[in-house]
Design a protein around this ligand. Structure first.
Ligand SMILES: Cc1cc2nc3c(=O)[nH]c(=O)nc-3n(C[C@H](O)[C@H](O)[C@H](O)COP(=O)(O)OP(=O)(O)OC[C@H]3O[C@@H](n4cnc5c(N)ncnc54)[C@H](O)[C@@H]3O)c2cc1C
Length: 317
């Protein structure tokens, strides 16, 4: 570790991390970024695992996820963000300057923005790797409006509020939406469950699990199993959407920062400030509600502005 203390360290290189970097670099904070490598996916974040992004403003024809993240990265680099392609494994926020340990690099920083995102949970059915992004997705809001899902039967896996929300959203596009749930009762809140039960386009398949997706190039069906009767059957569907939750990438911060029961960082209402002064959070790592690239980018901007102000108050920026 060098004795040099960075003004600002950013952990994560998705839309939140890079937007924070662009703002911080333009404010002469010389941000140092751990891009991430293995934990939480890869440098560039979740969008690097998808094909078309059609809802990020500024791209009327859509843009591929990897291309969009390359553009974010180039813009952050243009203003002088220093980046290392390492994961962070350990932090010490109990003393100032804060300490951050990556695979090989250890830095000290006066302020930190955590933008490590979240990872959508997968079921790892046999054809998942082959058909991921080819009709299988973990984000109905992101992918549901794509042309190949229009007027087709679709399937959502899960039984919580998110699953009901995603199924309801997909009824705008699909001819029918099967909601596959392994129990005989939804975990969703009463009001959400009622909404699903009353929606004529949602067909709830109780006590049922997904065994596999069917299709060569693209999803054409799903093999499902009733866990009570053990009956296995195949349904024609053009899309299978997982809504079984996300895991926030917060392992290195356990015991140092306040988190909710599922591990999402908690920020003070109306701010990006965590419970440790000078440590900010942005994007999916704290936002389990919207989980969109544009909201993550917005939070990254807010975190950088707050960090800049805070550093100014400390006489550092
Ligand atoms: C398949 C798919 C398709 C999607 N499509 C869309 C879409 O069309 N439109 C849309 O708006 N949203 C879409 N989303 C959601 C969108 O990708 C996320 O909301 C957004 O990427 C969140 O940005 P973020 O910066 O908070 O986190 P992420 O994008 O998750 O980035 C987190 C970053 O942190 C890094 N990281 C994690 N842990 C560590 C660590 N310990 N040390 C260092 N770095 C670490 C990761 O490597 C990554 O670089 C999609 C998501 C998925 C999974």
């Amino acid at each position: 570790m060098t004795d040099e203390v960075k003004k600002l360290a950013i952990i994560g290189s998705g839309p939140a991390g890079h937007t924070a970097a662009i703002y911080a670099a333009r404010a002469n904070l010389n941000p140092f970024m751990y891009e991430g490598y293995v934990v939480g996916g890869s440098a560039g974040g979740q969008l690097t695992t998808t094909t078309d992004v059609e809802n990020y403003p500024g791209f009327p024809e859509g843009v591929s996820g990897p291309e969009l993240m390359q553009l974010f990265r180039s813009q952050a680099a243009r203003f002088g963000t220093e980046m290392v392609g390492e994961d962070v494994h350990e932090v010490d926020f109990s003393q100032r300057p804060f300490r951050i340990k990556g695979d090989e690099t250890e830095v000290q920083a006066h302020a930190v923005i955590i933008a490590t995102g979240a990872t959508a949970k997968r079921m790892h059915v046999p054809s998942e790797e082959k058909l991921w992004n080819q009709g299988m997705s973990a984000c109905a809001v992101c992918d549901g409006a794509l042309p190949f899902f229009r007027n087709q039967p679709l399937m959502v896996i899960g039984g919580g509020d998110t699953a009901v929300e995603e199924a309801t959203y997909l009824t705008k596009f699909g001819s029918v939406v099967y909601l596959v749930h392994r129990r005989d009762e939804l975990r969703a809140s009463k009001i959400m469950a009622k909404r699903a039960l009353e929606n004529e386009k949602i067909d709830i398949l109780w006590d049922t699990v997904l065994e596999d997706a069917i299709g060569d190039q693209f999803v054409t069906g799903a093999r499902i199993k009733n866990v009570k009767s053990s009956e296995v059957k195949e349904l024609d569907v053009a899309g299978i959407f997982y809504a079984i939750g996300h895991t926030p990438n917060t392992q290195p911060f356990k015991g140092q920062l306040d988190m909710n029961e599922t591990g999402y960082l908690i920020v003070q209402p109306g701010t990006q400030q965590t419970n440790v002064e000078g440590v900010f959070a942005a994007g999916d790592v704290h936002d389990h509600k919207y989980r969109q690239a544009v909201t993550a980018a917005g939070a990254g901007c807010a975190a950088a502005l707050e960090a800049e102000r805070w550093l100014g108050e400390q006489g550092i920026a």
